[in-house]
Structures are given as C-alpha cells and as structure tokens.
Design a protein. Structure first.
Length: 551
C-alpha cells in the first residue's frame, strides 16, 4: 500500500498513468460509440430497405382470399426471394407497444439477431389479424431479383403506372421511375433478359461502398416500358467520414482529459512563479500556496521553507549585527580605557593590574567571537554530523564533573538510576546542549540542579531543572532567540552573552527535535528540555519554523 501511495504521490507518474488510462477509456468510448452508431445505422438501413418489399408482399397477400391460392403464391414468391416467407397470426408473435404501433400504422418491424446475423421482417396484412414474415441474412442478387419480381407483378395490375409510382414511392427509400427501354444503354445479354421479362441488376461502382449502388431494371409484362428502381445504396459498415468524426471526437476528449491532467500542474507551477515574482520584488512574506503531496507540492514546500529561511537569515543578520555591535562595544571600551590608564601610569603594580584587565577583556572578546561563530554556523546551514553510538549517561556524568569544577555554588545531580542509555547521535553537539543548559542553570539556580535523561520507542530527551526563579511563560519562547537575556541589566559578569540557548535551539532543529523551557515540578525553578528522535531525519532540512525569531 505504501508503494502504491508513493506512486500516486509522484505527479509525473500520475500523468503517465492518466495518459494511458485516458487513451484506454477514449478508445473504449470511441469503440462503443462507433458500434452504437453503426448498429443504429444498420437498423435504419434494414428497416428502410424492408419497408417497400414488405408493403408490397402484405398488399399482394391480402388479395388472396383462398388459402390454397395464397399458399401457392407464397411458395412462388419465396422461391424468387430465396428465403422462406410465412403467414402467422399476430397473436402468435409477441410485440412491444412500439412494435405494435408500427404494425398498426402499416410499417414493418425488423428484428435483428446478431448471434446468427439475420433479420426477421414482420408486416401486418391489411384487414387481417395476420402477419407476413420472412428471415433475411443479407441482401444478395437473389433478394434484389425477388424485389424486381414483386414490383413487376404489382405494376402489371395497374393501368396508370405513373400514378402508381407516386403511390409506392412513399414506401421505398430509393427512386422509382417509369422509363422507356429505348432510352437505356444496355449490352446484348441485358437486352435479352429484358426481352424475357427478367430483372436486370446494374452495379454502379464508386470509390467506396458509400458511393457504390445498384439499379434494378424491371421490365413490365403489359408494355415495353420498364421500372427503374435505384440507385439502391449499399450499406457501408465502416464509412470513412464516420470513422474520422469519431476519431476527431476521441482526440478532442483525449485533449480535454490531458488538459485536466496538466492543469493542476500548470496551476501549481504558476503559484510558484507568482511567489518567485513577489519575492523578487522584495516581498519575503510571499508563499507558494500549493496543496497535495506530489513533487510540485514538495517543491513549493521547499520553496516556502527556503524563503522563510532566507527571511530569518536576513532578520537574524540584522539582529546579530546590532547585538554584536552592542556586545563588542563594552569590552572594547574597557580595553581602550585600560590602555589609556596603562599609558598614564608608571607604577608597576598598576600597569600589571591594567594588563590583566586588558587580558580578561580580550579573553571575553575571544569567547564572544567563538559563540558568535558557532551560532552563525548553526544558523546558516546544516552542520556536518559525526553520528556514532553514544552512552548518554556516561556523557552526562562527564559533563557534570567538568561543570562542577567551575563552581562550588550549586550541586548538580544526575537523577537516572540506569548506567546506560544508548543513542546514535553526534556526541559533540549533544554535549554542547547539556553544557549550555548547565551553564544557564548555574547562573540562575539557588543551590540545586537536576539532570535527567529519558527515552521511549521513538525519542530521546534531556531535562535540566534548577531551583531558581524560573522563566515567565511569556518569555519561554523568546529566551531561545539570539542575544536574548531576561535580566534587564544584561550583566556579563557570569559569562552570559545570550547565545547559549539560541545555539541549543539550532542544534535541536538540525536534529529534527525541539528545545523548550517550562517550569520544574521538582525544584520550582526553570526546566530546560531537548527532545529528538532516535532515528535522525536531517537530510535537506531548511525549515526554521521551530526556532523563535529574535524580538
């Protein structure tokens, strides 16, 4: 399931799959549409071609009142058409309401059976509750000659044949004309058939089935005239114009589908482009508002993280510049004052005292510069981590021992009972976190500091608590900003430059963790904590959302 979700999350894979699916669906739709249209065209063609002959057969059948005469006539007509023609009562055949209405209106009902590719034609005999019916598989030369025979027999009953043509034309989809035999251009064989009163079939071959047709030349027994029936169109099962139209429709649908697939990608890229334009104009608050979980969405998220990072770097640079100028001014002023004092005195002890003061101020400047450089490295980009297996308990004991050497004002206790908590991490940075927490605790604790290390299935954490005054809730985020001090005097006598907790916050961020300040339930003072996952996720991190901005 995760592999499938990953596949769906990749926009180009979705586009490729969408194109394949669209092509497949468009092909299926085009095929179904083509088949439906062809079935409808075939049904219309069969009905139109059957209307005239079925009408004539029904009319002729109604003229035979004697069953024996009708039977002989049916047999003769069936031999001429080449298929069986029967007369059945209407009640023996079940018809739908639409079919019944057609029969009552004197129109034929044509039922096509695709399994045997045969059509059965039903026509109601006027004045009777009977049907004349026959089954036709396809129109062949025999059926065409049968049509000629029934037309010949019908016309022989009428004196005014021209008027009868007008009457019959309503039932035939092709023209019927009375013409003189002398006006036709026929070969010898065809003329001989005409003289024998046989139907002649003329084939007019066009460039395709749709332009090809038949004509029937039907000689009349009672005169030298003929009935010209046709041109009779041939049914084209795959007309080029229909194929081209459906292909064009399929391409149009495919184009719409592709547009629907590409439009979200275009919209997302446009959103990123708009954000880039706004940022280029100087608006660093611009965001690319892109939803989803695909590559473009990830690009937009990375872009947003990048702009946030750039904005923070610029803001941090400004704050850092102002803070550095303030932090450097005091030790530099003291150095300048000490140099002046050194120049104005010849007393050896006084000169030694001033030299020591200058050395202390230079040492303070070195420490401050080191802190600034460390903070800058962590602020600008991800540090190179030396990941290794570290026993956090052993590291904590060592750090506490090193810290106690610097002070005898407070007691530091490691509350863990176990001797080993393993972590796959960078020992240098984790130790720096603990050193900064302890240094902060030493400055503000009254007498006690507790250190505790914990873990669960997914995370590790370090807590450092003291019994000092604590940190007000409104200041608990601001305290992690660079050069942030809660004491109004900004006293540096305890080595506080306001960068220690900011460095901790940056380390926590690059470890995909979080550093927070809260209240100690045990000691009542401040509690500083860092938590980070056991499985580090530190690749391509650019977000700084977890790091508070400097006030």
């Amino acid at each position: 399931m995760s592999a499938f979700s990953s596949f769906l999350g990749r926009i180009f894979y979705r586009i490729y799959a969408g194109i394949i699916l669209l092509t497949l669906l468009t092909g299926i739709f085009s095929f179904i549409l083509f088949k439906s249209i062809m079935d409808e065209r075939a049904a219309t063609y069969r009905t139109s071609m059957a209307t005239g002959p079925a009408h004539l057969l029904a009319m002729r059948a109604s003229q035979y009142s004697d069953p024996l005469d009708r039977s002989l006539w049916l047999r003769r007509i069936a031999d001429g058409f080449g298929y069986t023609i029967l007369i059945k009562p209407v009640a023996e055949v079940g018809f739908s309401s639409d079919e019944s209405r057609r029969l009552e209106a004197g129109k034929p009902v044509v039922r096509y059976d695709a399994t045997i590719q045969s059509a059965r034609i039903f026509q109601k005999i006027p004045g009777e509750p009977n049907l004349i019916t026959g089954e036709v598989d396809q129109i062949q030369e025999t059926q065409l000659r049968g049509i000629g025979s029934i037309l010949q027999e019908d016309f022989d009953q009428y004196v005014d044949k021209a008027a009868h043509v007008d009457e019959l034309q309503a039932y035939f989809p092709y023209p019927l004309q009375i013409r003189s035999i002398n006006k036709l251009t026929l070969d010898v064989e065809q003329l001989e058939r005409i003289q024998r009163k046989k139907t002649v079939i003329l084939f007019n071959e066009g460039g395709s089935l749709s332009t090809s047709s038949f004509k029937l030349i039907i000689p009349l027994r009672s005169s030298t005239d003929i009935v010209m029936a046709g041109p009779i169109p041939i049914f084209d099962r795959a007309p080029l114009d229909l194929i081209m139209s459906i292909a064009a429709l399929g391409l149009f649908i495919l184009a719409l589908g592709l547009y629907a697939l590409i439009k979200p990608l275009e919209r997302k890229v446009s959103a990123i482009q708009t954000a880039v334009t706004r940022i280029r104009a100087g608006n660093l608050d611009a965001k690319a508002l892109v939803d989803g979980n695909d590559e473009i969405s990830h690009l937009a998220s990375t872009f947003n993280y990048m702009t946030t990072h750039i904005k923070r770097l610029i803001t941090s640079q400004r704050e850092l510049t102002r803070a550095i100028s303030h932090e450097l001014r005091t030790p530099v002023a003291r150095v300048r004052f000490a140099v002046d004092m050194l120049a104005d005195t010849d007393d050896r002890d006084s000169r030694l005292e001033q030299t020591q003061t200058i050395d202390a101020d230079i040492q303070e400047l070195d420490t401050l510069i080191d802190e600034i450089l460390t903070h800058a490295r962590l602020e600008e980009s991800m540090p190179t981590l030396d990941l290794q297996r570290v026993n956090l308990i052993e590291m904590a004991k060592q750090t506490i021992t090193e810290t106690l050497i610097l002070t005898d004002r407070v007691d530091i206790h490691l509350t863990n009972k176990e001797d080993v908590i393993w972590a796959y991490t960078d020992a240098k940075y984790i130790k720096r976190v603990l050193q900064n927490f302890l240094g902060n605790g030493i400055r503000h604790a009254d007498s006690q500091i507790y250190v505790s290390i914990g873990q669960n299935t997914s995370s590790l954490w370090i807590d450092v608590e003291d019994d000092g005054n604590g940190v007000d809730e409104v200041d608990r985020k601001r305290i992690f900003a660079p050069f942030s001090r809660l004491d109004e005097s900004r006293n540096r006598s305890l080595g506080n430059y306001g960068l220690g907790l900011s460095i901790v916050a940056r380390i926590a961020f690059w470890f995909d963790g979080e550093a927070v300040a809260s209240r100690s339930n045990e000691l009542g003072g401040a509690k500083f904590s860092i938590q980070w996952p056991k499985r580090l996720n530190v690749v391509n991190k650019v977000s700084v959302d977890k790091i508070p901005a400097a006030d």
